[in-house]
Design a protein around this ligand. Structure first.
Ligand code: ADP
Ligand code: MG
Ligand code: ZN
Length: 610
């Protein structure tokens, strides 16, 4: 993609220059040489001698250039083309007739010059531009048709706002949290004066973050539709033009128009295309175009008056790759997660899309919802559409449950997205794993309360997670709290072992965290009895991840490792004990989670205490 963009910036001008140079070279050397191939000039007397010797077979008079062109065989019988300058000679005709040479004269017209002009100039130009078109279309095909290189003259074309998107929050099923977050923006767009009179400054921009197909674009359109304001929409890739500076010009243009139309929404889809981290080490030049565009965007966002009612929404499914400058206060400082839908959300999405089609009476969307754990909104919309197509294919006029179930298979199998849809057994394992964490946390007095448990796969690739939230902010953690945390981390795998008799790779992240924590307790927090308050590690990079490097002897290093292992092993033993004592609750809660996919802390506690 990047590579393609780079190529697309330069070619046209270079291309014209190169083509011109080639044509000139051809005209100067190649064409004349071709035309005059083997035409050997001879003197008039030589010509007469050759005629007399019977070597000449054909003569042509060229009045234009006042010369004779003739074919002749030399002594070896090889035919060649010769020319000689015209010499006043009244007896030439008789002489040629006597020698039996056929002769003629070329009609002196402008045709020849016109023809040679066509051949040497127009034809090559036509050929080159044809070739060019083919190349360009090939290139834009590579780029997904997004950029048409021939449109460079039009690239300043106005980005037109959609006056009414006609989409409302009703069209977006589920995603309640995202909708709540966006409602404030809608209110701001509807009553900007209300906010201005108090002097409140709303965020200028909000970033919708989530996996593909979860309805980010749809939500942005719904915000504009709800507030009944114009909607400017542009995709990040549309900014990347072939000439440096065009993207920046487009950004300027976009914001100017948005200012005129305020209140309105500016939506930048796939912002990661232009908003990627700028790296300094990319060598000379780098990707100036993208960088210039990004800088222009940042400047415009800082420059415009936030009270006027222009709200910038952006969407990305790769938030981690965004330039931190974009996320600074006053820019996209609000981040709205748009996650994959849970069971309830999936059923709601299916119902929204089923409204547009004729279904049989006995449709059970819950069944479809349960069969599509991990599917995105776009996939669910596709499932409904596929089912309708299937019904038509089979000559029916309503969509049946069977159509839907069939299309679940085609659509889900067709996508084959990593982690997308888990098997029933996998989901069961994930449920027990997460409830394991939660139960162990709840059973210990020093751990933070469970806030939410989910087995809906996350953007990060996690198959499920248990969220714990402290009642108050913690800056200091006691040894007991750290030990409780360590025990909670081992709870997931402990549950897998207890219920299934074996363990999976699902605990890799827990293991990493537990190891780091145990290690820090020993080497940095002075929480081990044998070492006490001795710093064994130095933190090298406080802000970037807090890497630590050993600062002790090799003998100590070995001891540290042993103690880390002991600490984690003890924690695991505590978790095992807790789970064995609560096995009935573990089953009950895991079943409930498997059914619901996402449960709140309160639901969890009420079942636990029942
Ligand atoms: P994204 O921008 O997140 O990749 P889109 O907004 O383009 O996803 O979604 C694609 C399509 O999927 C939408 O046009 C809509 O038909 C369907 N869709 C996705 N999420 C939802 C949802 N929550 N409710 C209803 N339809 C949805
Ligand atoms: Mg989108
Ligand atoms: Zn875990």
């Amino acid at each position: 993609m990047l590579d393609n963009n780079k190529r697309s910036r330069k070619p046209l001008i270079y291309y014209v220059l190169i083509a011109g140079a080639i044509i000139m070279l051809l005209n100067a050397f190649v064409f004349p040489a071709l035309l005059q191939r083997q035409v050997q000039p001879v003197g008039y007397s030589d010509f007469l001698r050759m005629v007399d010797a019977g070597q000449v077979t054909e003569v042509q008079l060229d009045e234009n250039d006042r010369q004779l062109i003739f074919l002749a065989r030399d002594g070896g019988g090889i035919e060649g083309i010769y020319k000689t300058a015209l010499f006043p000679d009244s007896s030439l005709r008789e002489r040629l007739e006597a020698a039996g040479v056929s002769f003629s004269a070329q009609i002196p017209t402008q045709n020849s010059t016109l023809l040679s002009f066509i051949i040497s100039w127009i034809l090559p130009v036509a050929l080159f531009s044809l070739l060019g078109k083919v190349l360009m279309s090939q290139m834009s095909k590579h780029m997904g048709g997004g950029i048409n290189a021939m449109s460079f003259g039009k690239s300043n074309a106005k980005i037109v706002a959609q006056q009414e998107t006609g989409v409302t929050f009703q069209d977006v099923a589920g995603e309640e949290e995202a909708k709540d977050a966006l409602k404030e923006i809608v209110d701001f767009l509807e009553h900007p004066d209300k906010y201005a009179s108090i002097g409140a400054r709303l965020p200028k921009g909000a970033l919708l973050v989530g996996p593909p197909g979860t309805g980010k674009t749809l939500l942005a359109r719904a915000v504009a539709g709800e507030a009944k304001v114009p909607f400017f929409s542009i995709s990040g890739s549309e900014f990347v033009e072939m000439f440096v500076g065009m993207g920046a010009a487009k950004v300027r243009d976009l914001f100017q128009q948005a200012n005129e139309k305020a209140p309105c929404i500016v939506f930048i889809d796939e912002i990661d295309t232009i908003g990627k981290k700028r790296d300094n080490g990319s060598g000379i030049g780098g990707n100036d175009e993208r960088e210039q565009t990004l800088n222009q965007l940042l400047t415009e966002m800082d420059g415009f008056d936030g009270r006027k009612g222009v709200v910038i929404l952006a969407a990305t499914n790769r938030p981690e790759s965004l330039d931190p400058a974009l996320l600074r206060p006053g820019r996209f400082d609000r981040r709205i997660p748009v996650e994959l839908p849970d069971l309830q959300g999936r059923v709601a999405i299916l119902k929204v899309h089923a409204k547009g089609i004729k279904t049989a009476q006995d449709i059970d969307m819950n069944e479809i919802g349960r069969a599509t754990s991990g599917a995105s909104g776009a996939e669910l919309a596709n499932i409904v559409n596929e089912a309708a197509l299937r019904a038509v294919r089979e000559g029916r006029d309503v969509v049946t449950q069977e159509d839907l179930m069939e299309s679940v298979e085609t659509v889900i199998a067709g996508y084959q997205r990593k982690n997308a849809v888990l098997s029933e057994r996998e989901r069961s394992i994930v449920s027990y794993h997460e409830i394991g964490h939660a139960l162990v946390a709840a059973a210990q007095s020093h751990s933070a309360p469970v806030a939410k448990i989910t087995i809906v796969p996350r953007t990060s690739g996690a198959l499920g997670y248990t969220m714990q939230i402290d009642e108050e902010d913690h800056n200091l953690m006691s040894r007991e709290e750290l030990l409780a945390k360590l025990t909670t981390l081992t709870g997931g795998q402990a549950a897998e072992q207890l219920i299934f008799g074996s363990i999976t790779t699902g605990a890799s992240n827990d293991i990493e965290k537990a190891t780091k924590l145990a290690r820090a307790m020993i080497t940095r927090y002075g929480m081990s009895e044998s070492f006490g308050m001795v710093a064994l590690e130095a933190v090298t990079n406080q802000y970037l991840g807090g890497d630590a490097s050993l600062a002790c002897s090799a003998a100590y290093a070995e001891k540290i490792d042993d103690q880390v292992v002991d600490l984690v092993r003890e924690a695991r033993a505590r978790a095992d004990k807790i789970l064995r004592e609560n096995e009935a609750k573990l089953h009950e809660l895991a079943k409930y989670l498997l059914e619901k996919e996402t449960i709140t802390g309160e639901e969890f506690m009420s079942i636990l205490n029942a």
